[in-house]
Write a protein that binds this ligand. Sequence first.
Ligand SMILES: [Zn+2]
Length: 194
Amino acid sequence: MSGSCPLCPEDGSRMERGLRLIALSCKTETKIVGMPGWYCSRCDEGIHTPEDMKVSDKALAEMKTRVDNLLEPSEIRRIRLQLGLTQRDAGHRIGGGVNAFQKYESGEVLPSKGLSNLLRILERHPDELEKINEPDIYEYRDNIDAISFVNADFPASMTVKFTHGRQDWGQEIHLIGSSVWFSGSRVDPSVIVA
Ligand SMILES: [Zn+2]
């Protein structure tokens, strides 16, 4: 990476590894950070590697977390565990998708203010989790490519064949009213192909 400065090439100024102080701002807060990078000895030019950028990204994430009163990664993990959810389940049931909580808890992605507040409420009222959605439908959809009826004994139950990749297996599912139940969860009948 070391080379001539792109802004003062005529005198061959070299870019050297170093640390310079920069001011980072987030709304009302400003923070001075020692930013690593390749810097020109003559001018202000600096070049940052992706590793260097992690320093400012981390400082900005910490400021935004404080200014917006977001949950910290360790708090998200603590509340998720308290709710008895795996990272994957939490992404399905609370929102964000299968990888969302892995990213929140590693600090890779900041939670929104809305998610932070929802988790705070669920921490105080964990029974509300039961009311916000149906747990297994998404799991089911992710893992099943096709479903076909094998045998139906309406209105009580039917045996269907599930296909995932090259595997298939039979499973009895139960019908309650016009809903289809599978593994304790209501299934959207539109996913079932006769
Ligand atoms: Zn320069």
